[in-house]
Structure formats: C-alpha cells, structure tokens
Write a protein that binds this ligand. Sequence first.
Ligand code: SF4
Ligand code: SF4
Length: 347
Amino acid sequence: MLGTPYDFFIQMHLTERCNLHCRHCYQTRKVPEMSLEEVTQAIENIKKATDSWVTEYAMEMSPSFHFTGGEPFFRDDLFAILETARERGFATALMSNGTLITPEIAQRLKKEQVSDVQVSLEGMKYVHDRIRGDGSFQKALRGIANLVANDVSTSVNMTLSRLNIDEVEGVVDLAGEMGVNMVTFSRLVSCGRGKELGEAMLTPEELAALYGRLHKVRGKVALSSLDPLYTVSGIAGKIPQADFPVGGCAAGVFGITIAADGGIMPCRRMDLTIGNIKTDSFRQLWAESPVLWALRERSSYHDKCGDCRYWSVCRGCRAVALAYARADGVEDYLGADPQCPYFKSNG
Ligand code: SF4
Ligand code: SF4
C-alpha cells in the first residue's frame, strides 16, 4: 500500500546523556535507559513485526534503525547494538552531535557498515556555538573530518528557525568543501527546551520565502529534507491524489520512535507515548494503536490539513501542530500545521 520497497525506519534513542546543552533540544526528561539486553529484545520485537509484514502482505521492505540520544556515543555498548541490528537485517544509521567521533571511532563505524552518520550543524561558528555551546562547532567539524577521512557516508543536519536561516548557504559550502555527502534540514519544533524559542519559529510567509530560496541553492553537496512542507514547496504540475498516505509526515506511517526508556512515540518530536517496547508487542501496537490510525486516516484530520489536496503527500508536521496546540492549552495533533503557506482546498 505504501510503495515498494517500504522504507520503514525506527529512530531509537539509546540514552539521554549528552555532553552539550542545545537550546532547541527536545530531551528534557531524564529516564532510565534500556540495558543492552533490553535493546536487543526491542530490536527482535520490531523484527517480528517487519518479518510478518513481508510474509503476510508480500511487502518488499528496507527497514533501518537510526540510533541517537542524547549523544549515542555515550553508550559503551553502541557497537554491540549496531552489530545486533545489522545481524538481524536492518540497515543502521547514527544521529550525533559529532563532538566525540575520533579517527578510531570513525574506523569502527566504517567496519560496522553504518549507512550514514548525521552530524548536527546549526550554522557557521558563531551561530552554531550560540545554539549548541562554545567550542562545539570546532569539535563537530573534527568529528565530520574523521568520518569523511574514513569513508563513512556523512550528512549534516540543520534545525531551521529564525536563529539560523541565513546560515544555510555557508553550511552547504562548508559541507561541500569537507566532502560531506548531503546537507539535510528539519524545522524547529517548539517542545522540550525549544519551547523557550517560540519567538524563533518561522511564520508561513517566512517559511515560503526560505524554502523558495533553498530550492535554488547550488553547491557541491545536495540539500534535502524530510519536512513535508519542503516536499510540497517543490511539487510542480499535478498534485498526487490518494486517500492514504503516500509520502509526507513519517509519524506512524513510515517511521516510529523508541525513547531511551523504551517508550514508543509516533515521532520523537511529538512527545506522545503510546506504549513501551519492553512490554508491548510492536506488531500489535502498529496494527491497533488508535493514535497511529488517526495519523494515517484523512477523516481524523481537521482544519486545513483535513481539507487539503496535498494531504496524501504532506499532512504537515504533526509535531509542529501538536506543539502549537499545546501552547494554546489544547491536546490536538490532528489540526493544521500553523507554519504552512501551501494549503490548497480539496473542494
Ligand atoms: S494544509 Fe496541511 S496538508 Fe496542506 S500543504 Fe499545508 S501542511 Fe500540507
Ligand atoms: S511529526 Fe514532523 S518531525 Fe515527526 S515525522 Fe512528521 S514531519 Fe517529521
């Protein structure tokens, strides 16, 4: 139903420990992290689900684990976890602040066949250090250089807000010079410590101007984003129509998040726990969770997104919708994405 192969990903947070204290970080709670044995059981729990989709629905799958934190390199057993996932047929990727990646670690990542290491850069030195802390820019660049020198596929991710929208071109140039494979970006979600950055959120007009500009950026490295609004901003011609999701927001459709304590969320930025991988069957939860079904069904959406011609390829960022609703004291993840400038009525 979702295209072939089905690129299903699990974003797994292995720890909430970190050596930085970023202004927009969505981790604020300290929770007991899963042991290696529990992480292994979690991987096997998810494998039972993906295997069953292959046999029951004859789906072609390319499932992957994206391990992150906190800072994933705080886990002493990180390489054992990567091996466990790989041995069970999952591609593996890492999301990191880059500051702890030594040449030796980069060599081990190469050996472990990690498909991509994403390092966060929020801009050039001044802006990055303002958001992520003094000295973090140089350390992140050192980590990136170590990855590239060891031929590990490396991407750089920016979290875009008013604090750094003028930095994109500089980061793309720098990434190109360093030999990075891709620059990706996501939108700031006003949750966790990012709540304090409400004034940095882009208006729909600012977002339209920014995304228009980003489509014209040309550098040695490609620019890409999983933000559904970026996809919509680049759609030319006929708008794909379907009554089920064929692209757009991954939450509960193409991806799921497991928190460090095993909590299951549609997306880490949504902060909406629907179960725990230590106690729930993932296969059953994926098939039965009312929250996940609401995310997949057009009839549960309201306001603009429910009535929009882009619904099947977009649905907005559900985390942004929820964060704005919560700021108004409402628990609603199915309303309009308040940063969207692209609504087109279905009528
Ligand atoms: S209204 Fe919603 S579905 Fe339509 S383009 Fe905007 S965010 Fe996407
Ligand atoms: S809720 Fe937002 S951040 Fe999460 S998968 Fe959807 S678009 Fe991406």
